[in-house]
Design a protein around this ligand. Structure first.
Ligand SMILES: [Zn+2]
Length: 443
């Protein structure tokens, strides 16, 4: 999984503005950041080759590497990419940061979850809790997220780790700067001050907090994984109660003017009269979302429709039934495939992505969906061979969104490595520089 953090700068993609070096300490920060990002994107490198790539004097590079080694952000080892074993241009260094963790928390219709990654891209904490979020309301839901966060931070700190930030993912449109969920129809939230509420619950030990839409973070996680293959155009399709997409076009995350880009779940694409959570009828997600799948696959009393049972377990049970050829499950999946294809074809026509990544329940049932969906998309898309678009299944399970959040949290380290090098204490214990990414959030 180490490659997961290479190949693309998450922050650059999501919301970056380049750091401008104004004084000596700013220039040191910028140089440390440049070296660390080079190691992330290009893999292990000797000091000599880092100097070559950055244009910095060798002595400066040695000094910067010594600082990064001291701070635990890089380590010796690894093999340089693109170099044979012949000759020895110097001991390569590589990104380490095994004690530096970023958190991603997710609020979804029927669960809250949290995942932590360290700088090496290893999952260091993961937990999901079933919760009827719409019925619970924002206060109880934020209580649950705060509880998961406290548990994760305690566990990671007990193990000697430092937590650099938490990114909260929710469905719907979010105002990232204000930390407000503007409108999320599936969980019934409108103008919820999510980050302020979370910060209040976490108290003075809160890490830096960020907010982003779930589909966009899922796209980010997939994009980082696909980075090694030079994919620049990717659409991630969430398979949840609601269905939305995260779009990366030409290497840029598409948010749109109000952050609503990708809300395709509410398009009317196939004939349907089903009532949607948004109040209208016939929205695409009422035909391909999780409720549609469960409704057609099982009776109301069937345990797979019991929201108090872990979603992963329920989906696994349905998958077993599909594998066993259960006619009702198979028919429900065929129905999903038939309704999914026109939407995917539309996305392929408009965006011409290299990859269409199916997440959530679509990924669970992939082998029962993908051939039928791919064949239909190829028929529907105007361009030959669907414009070169490949439909693939997410490998990240239900944790893709939280993983994208954790990656975004960790990106703060690449922007300013000194923030975690200053001391052995957690970031949250040190004063926050005013230039970092919590701007605009209510205190
Ligand atoms: Zn709708």
């Amino acid at each position: 999984m180490k490659q997961a953090l290479r190949g693309v700068g998450v922050r650059e993609l999501a919301m970056a503005r380049p750091t401008v070096a104004r004084d000596r300490s700013a220039s040191r920060r910028a140089n440390l950041s440049m070296v660390l990002r080079l190691l992330r994107d290009e893999g292990a490198r000797s000091r000599a080759r880092i100097a070559e790539a950055t244009g910095l004097p060798k002595a400066t590079v040695s000094h910067l590497i010594a600082e990064l080694l001291d701070g635990g952000l890089v380590g010796d080892g690894g093999v340089e990419r693109g170099r044979g074993a012949v000759g020895r241009p110097g001991q390569p260094v590589e990104v380490d940061g095994r004690a530096v963790h970023g958190l991603g928390a997710e609020i979804n219709v029927d669960y809250v979850g949290l995942l932590a990654l360290n700088l090496r891209g290893e999952v260091t904490f993961e937990r999901r809790r079933q919760l009827d979020v719409r019925a619970a309301g924002p206060e109880a839901t934020l209580d649950a997220v705060a509880c998961l966060t406290d548990d994760a931070m305690a566990a990671l700190r007990d193990a000697g780790g430092r937590v650099v930030g938490l990114t909260l993912a929710t469905p719907g449109a979010v105002d990232m700067d204000a930390g407000v969920v503007k409108y999320a129809s599936n969980i019934g939230w409108r103008d919820v001050q999510a980050l302020a509420g979370l910060r209040r619950r976490l108290g003075p030990g809160a890490p830096q907090l960020h907010l982003e839409n779930d589909a966009k973070l899922g796209a980010l996680a997939e994009y980082v994984l696909a980075g090694a293959d030079n994919v620049r155009d990717l659409v991630y399709v969430t398979g949840q109660t609601g269905v939305g997409v995260g779009i990366i076009a030409g290497g840029q995350l598409v948010r749109g003017t109000g952050g609503y880009a990708g809300e395709v779940g509410h398009l009317r694409l196939v004939p349907s009269d089903e009532l949607c959570a948004c109040g209208r009828r016939g929205c695409w997600e009422t035909t391909v979302g999780r409720d549609a799948l469960l409704h057609h696959a099982a009776d109301p009393t069937d345990p797979v429709r019991d929201p108090m049972i872990d979603l992963g377990q329920r989906l696994a049970e349905l998958r077993n039934r599909a594998h066993a050829g259960d006619p009702r499950t198979v028919a429900a999946l065929r129905r999903i495939a038939d309704h999914l294809a026109p939407g995917l074809a539309l996305l392929a026509d408009i965006l011409n992505p290299r990859l269409l990544v199916l997440g959530g329940h679509f990924a669970y049932f992939g082998e029962h969906l993908i051939d039928a969906v791919t064949a239909q998309v190829h028929e529907l898309v105007m361009a030959p061979d669907a414009g070169g678009c490949e439909i693939v299944l997410s490998q990240l399970g239900l944790a893709g969104t939280a993983r994208g959040g954790a990656l975004l949290s960790l990106d703060a380290v690449y922007q300013d490595p000194t923030a975690v090098m200053a001391g052995a204490q957690g970031l949250s214990d040190t004063p926050r520089p005013s230039t970092t990414r919590a701007q605009g959030q209510p205190a």
